[in-house]
Write a protein that binds this ligand. Sequence first.
Ligand code: SME
Length: 168
Amino acid sequence: MPDYPALAARLRALTDGEHDEIALMATLACEIHHSDARFDWTGFYRVTEPGVLRIGPYQGGHGCLVIPFSRGVCGAAARSGQVQLVPDVDAFPGHIACASSTRSELVLPVHDGAGRLLGVLDIDSDQPDAFTDDDARALEAILAEVFAQSRGTASAGGGATDAASGVA
Ligand code: SME
């Protein structure tokens, strides 16, 4: 189990003042992934159009690019808004095997401060039954704290404003 209070404190310091959701996701994917040897794939899928998740920042091997809300563990988390703790992926109907080595998964919905669904955090392990409710609760708290400060992506918001105002 990672030292979650230390991880949360490190993420608080690293993301202080950052509002861009991709920058926040990239930083979390890196820090969470390297905090525990159980985590073989750690990354985000983002809601890019209604009912569709698209790959975001991640650490680990290649991840599938697009996942509809109707499919897989990630889709179930996005559809229901509920954490999905899957001890045995082979027993999960519709599981998407991006890597055949994956045995268990933890997928958490990610919301911004206004409660808008930004996407999901997907953590996969090569070990069966790798995750506990304590992992889910600690990661849920970290996601809520970090993404409360999210204000979308710079390319969709701040970047366009800068371009319009002539600021390089
Ligand atoms: N296994 C996931 C798909 C994503 S990858 O494993 C990176 C799922 O069923 O949602």
